[in-house]
Write a protein that binds this ligand. Structure first.
Ligand code: HEC
Length: 208
């Protein structure tokens, strides 16, 4: 009997204590007494926070010099005339032009390229009109015969008004978007010859 009373008294005082400690009249936002605080509050340092352990007081560290992020292998061809010539001849897209790869390339194109190059690669994207010279059509005389290696160099280093996309796109994304650009190169030539002819005229007017 004694035991029973003791257990009852003990458990009711635990409940009463926990109820009382979970509210605080002074601070309604307080969560009360914390049992094992480091379960709630991680002792590790948060991103972008002060850190007394490093001389510069910053938690975020700069990667070791020469670190290559996964997926951003440097271009083997340098940004020199020989580099471009060699890439044009020897760089080969490792992805086959399968419907899946082309579809993935289109998804990348629709985010990173369409505003300048236009949905069909005619150089009539919304931003193109604001450029001093819009991009030439992929299927026009200037670009219809460029190789995948030249495209890769353009994505890596940029060309004239087109900036480098080396920091935005992984190597894989660049290879896939090139496969899609190739479909646009052909598209204008086969199914849309009339349009191509007129854009060629525009091209020559611009050049002339
Ligand atoms: C800011 C507008 C802009 C964006 C964004 C842009 N381009 Fe371009 N692009 C241009 C212009 C302008 C040229 C013409 C460069 C020149 O030859 O003067 C060009 C040229 C090219 C060429 C031809 C390069 C050559 O060798 O002559 C390719 C291929 C190309 N772009 C692909 C892309 C792809 C793929 C994307 C998206 C990942 C992209 N561009 C994003 C403006 C843009």
């Amino acid at each position: 009997m004694n035991k029973k009373w003791f257990l009852l008294a003990f458990s009711s005082s635990v409940i009463a204590l926990s109820l009382l400690s979970s509210c605080s009249r002074n601070n309604p936002d307080s969560s009360g007494v914390e049992y094992m605080p480091d379960m709630y509050r991680s002792p590790s340092y948060e991103d972008n926070s002060f850190n007394p352990l490093f001389p510069d007081s910053m938690t975020d560290r700069v990667p070791v010099k020469g670190t290559v992020p996964v997926g951003f292998t440097p271009d083997p061809f340098p940004n020199t005339p020989e580099g471009w010539a060699n890439a044009a001849q020897y760089w080969k897209d490792p992805f086959a032009a399968s419907p899946e790869v082309v579809a993935q390339g289109k998804a990348i194109f629709d985010v990173y390229c369409v505003h300048c190059h236009g949905a069909t690669g005619m150089g009539d994207g919304k931003v193109a009109a604001k450029l001093p010279g819009p991009p030439p059509p992929y299927s026009g005389p200037a670009l219809r015969n460029i190789t995948e290696g030249e495209m890769y160099q353009t994505l890596e280093y940029g060309k004239n008004l087109m900036g480098s996309h080396a920091s935005q796109l992984t190597v894989e994304q660049r290879c896939k978007v090139i496969r899609y650009v190739q479909t646009l190169q052909k598209l204008g030539q086969s199914s849309d010859t009339a349009k191509t002819a007129s854009s060629e005229k525009k091209d020559s007017v611009k050049k002339g």
